[in-house]
Design a protein around this ligand. Structure first.
Ligand code: 13P
Length: 258
């Protein structure tokens, strides 16, 4: 297997006010004066905390991302943030297509496609999330469901380098439930995502695009999940709010490549 960089990303979701975010960012910066070669670390705080977290982690090897973006450049879109605004606040990544946004805020595949294109055009990296509900999993159509999300979300998205986009497979039934997908279950879908990405991009780019797993990843199960050939990192919710756990996941990512 070629050497690969594993991306360990924390999605703080709607947790931490400004003071709490500053404290967590300080703790992470202190715990991570450096990260192992071959591992990249990313944190995605709530929008209101982004500038504070940026100030606290700027000397640390930790990248900063947002949890949402709007595709228009500026104007009368109350409550939204543009790509350039995120960039000016120090972000280099942005999560899009999270199931919580799809379910609670009725965001569609088309919305994700517009966001992905706007982000890449602005030089930001979309962390494009996909994943099936328990119902779809039990119906046995989960691979098709996820592949369709990827095809719709990334349709027409032009990239010149595989680092311009990240995909995160997050089965909804595993998010915040403590019920992690087994390494085999996660690998099966991530491998299919890689095959779908290969159809959209060149084989070389498809191999080098990072595909993350998310859904109750923690310091206990990370090693086995990250050892799968098509899992290039993790998108971590709950455990990313606890510095000791997040750091242990980063340590688990520091495994020798076969
Ligand atoms: P949990 O790690 O809390 O299950 O959340 C996963 C997730 O949704 C990350 O985006």
């Amino acid at each position: 297997m070629p050497n690969r960089t594993l991306l360990i990303a924390g999605n703080w979701k709607m947790n931490n006010d400004v003071a709490e975010a500053a404290k967590l960012a300080d703790e992470l910066a202190q715990a991570l004066p450096e990260v192992p070669a071959g591992v990249e670390v990313l944190v995605c705080p709530p929008t209101i905390d982004i500038t504070t977290v940026h100030d606290r982690i700027q000397a640390a090897p930790i990248a900063l991302g947002a949890q949402n973006v709007y595709w228009e450049a500026k104007g009368a879109f109350t409550g939204e943030s543009s790509c350039d605004m995120l960039k000016s606040a120090g972000c280099t990544y942005c999560i899009i297509g999270h199931s919580e946004r799809r379910d609670y805020f009725h965001e569609t595949d088309e919305d994700q496609n517009k966001k992905a294109k706007a982000l890449v055009a602005a030089g930001l990296v979309p962390v494009f999330c996909c994943g099936e509900s328990l119902e779809v999993r039990e119906a046995g159509t989960y691979v098709e469901h996820v592949v369709n999300q990827v095809k719709a979300g990334l349709a027409g998205l032009e990239i010149t380098c595989p680092k311009q986009v990240v995909v995160a497979y997050e089965p909804i039934w595993a998010i915040g439930t403590g019920r992690t997908a087994s390494p085999e279950q996660a690998e099966e879908v991530c491998e299919s995502i890689r095959a779908a990405v290969r159809k959209l991009y060149s084989s070389k780019n498809a191999r080098a695009i990072s595909i993350l797993y998310g859904g109750s990843m923690n310091d206990k199960n990370a090693f086995e999940l990250l050892a799968q050939p098509d899992i290039d990192g993790g998108l971590i919710g709950g455990a990313s709010l606890v510095p000791e756990k997040f750091v242990k996941i980063i340590e688990a990512a520091n495994q020798p490549n076969e």
